[in-house]
Design a binder for this molecule. Structure first.
Ligand code: GRF
Length: 217
């Protein structure tokens, strides 16, 4: 598939960008239907920006502190994304709550990845919350973004074991490896138009042999 026909995606980050890297690597495959048109970080100097630069992807820093309201900030993001002709938005460790300004500009076309099996443990420190709860399985979720925090219709979930007494960092690393399998897969379904929202949930017209639940390989 030539780059001309690939679907332009904007990735929003705030930090290390290991999920961004997984998306970069996936989109580098000749048959991947998405291309990353721009990477935007609300924080300067983060490793994710370097990852994008190494891959030759345009980067922008959009500090949120210059804007007095979340809506004004999101209007700025919408401008930057539309300047790059973005069709889908993928939040990858973007530590901001987004507003209807962004969601209405990209209706049902904003994705997020969260390090828990939603609806368990939304919000910050999801892996730590799971450890404190003594869960026996944990995981990650890719979902469409709506106005709730870590709330929108679920596209895919990946499950990992959680072991009693293990350091929270060990669980976090296991979940992160799962995230890196999950997000490129869900992004592909999204840009291929396989996702339909049906109230609280999403339906995915799955390619043969693919599943919405991933398990440790
Ligand atoms: C990931 O755990 C993601 O699920 C969460 O923030 C973290 C970002 O990590 N939303 P990275 O920047 O992709 O390495």
């Amino acid at each position: 598939m030539g780059s001309v026909s690939r679907v332009p995606v904007g990735v929003l980050i705030s930090g290390s960008g290991t999920n961004l890297q997984a998306l970069i690597d996936a989109c580098a495959q000749p048959d991947h239907p998405a291309r990353i048109a721009v990477v935007i970080s609300n924080r300067p100097g983060v490793a994710g920006l370097e990852r994008a630069e190494r891959a030759g992807i345009p980067t922008l820093v959009a500090p949120h502190r210059r804007f007095s309201t979340r809506s004004d900030y999101d209007a700025h993001l919408v401008q930057l994304l539309t300047d790059h002709r973005v069709r889908w938005v993928a939040m990858a460790g973007f530590m901001r709550v987004v507003t209807p300004v962004l969601l209405q500009a990209f209706p049902q076309r904003v994705l997020n990845i969260h390090p828990s099996l939603l609806p368990a443990f939304p919000g910050l420190r999801a892996q730590g919350q799971a450890s404190e709860y003594g869960v026996t399985v944990a995981g990650a979720t890719v979902h469409l973004v709506d106005e709730g925090v870590d709330h929108g219709p679920i596209l895919a979930q990946g499950v990992v074991p959680a072991f009693p007494g293990e350091p929270a960092e060990a669980l976090q690393a296991r979940i992160l490896r799962m995230e890196h399998r999950l997000y490129p897969m869900a992004l592909r379904w999204a840009v291929e138009g396989r996702v339909t929202v049906n109230g609280r949930s999403a339906e995915v017209d799955l390619p043969p042999g693919e599943h919405r639940a991933l398990f440790p390989s």
